[in-house]
Design a protein. Structure first.
Length: 122
């Protein structure tokens, strides 16, 4: 794997969630056109990101009253965390309380690195 491939692989999780800068995006897309191995990697990362986002959209919302009750009783800090996959490739979805807000977040683990997919108020 050459340096372009390494850079491409590092950027793919960010590219999947649309947070790559314009210059990096152009370089990445040019590389993907010319490199079949990175295109295959991109297909897997994109599918994983799509599946995570689709699953999260399908989760039922507990409603404002329930969240209000939770945030009133729970101390700040982590509430729950679900890890799927392995050290090489996996996804974590977590809930944490910060002040009076409950944050729902997701991380993508790729080759021992962690990439934030999203973090938003639940
Ligand atoms: Zn490549």
């Amino acid at each position: 794997m050459n340096r372009d491939c390494e850079l491409c692989r590092e950027l793919l999780p960010w590219y999947a969630v649309g947070v790559v800068g314009a210059a990096e995006r152009i370089h990445l897309e040019e590389h993907l056109e010319s490199c079949a191995e990175c295109r295959a990697e991109w297909a897997q990362v994109a599918e994983l990101a799509r599946a995570v986002q689709e699953t999260l959209r399908e989760l039922p919302s507990p409603g404002e009253r329930v969240w209000g009750g939770i945030t009133a009783r729970v101390q700040p800090g982590p509430l729950a965390r679900v890890d799927v996959g392995s050290f090489l490739l996996g996804v974590s979805v977590w809930l944490t309380v910060r002040g009076r807000h409950v944050l729902l977040g997701g991380d993508l683990r790729l080759l021992g690195r962690k990439y934030r997919l999203f973090a938003e108020e639940a």
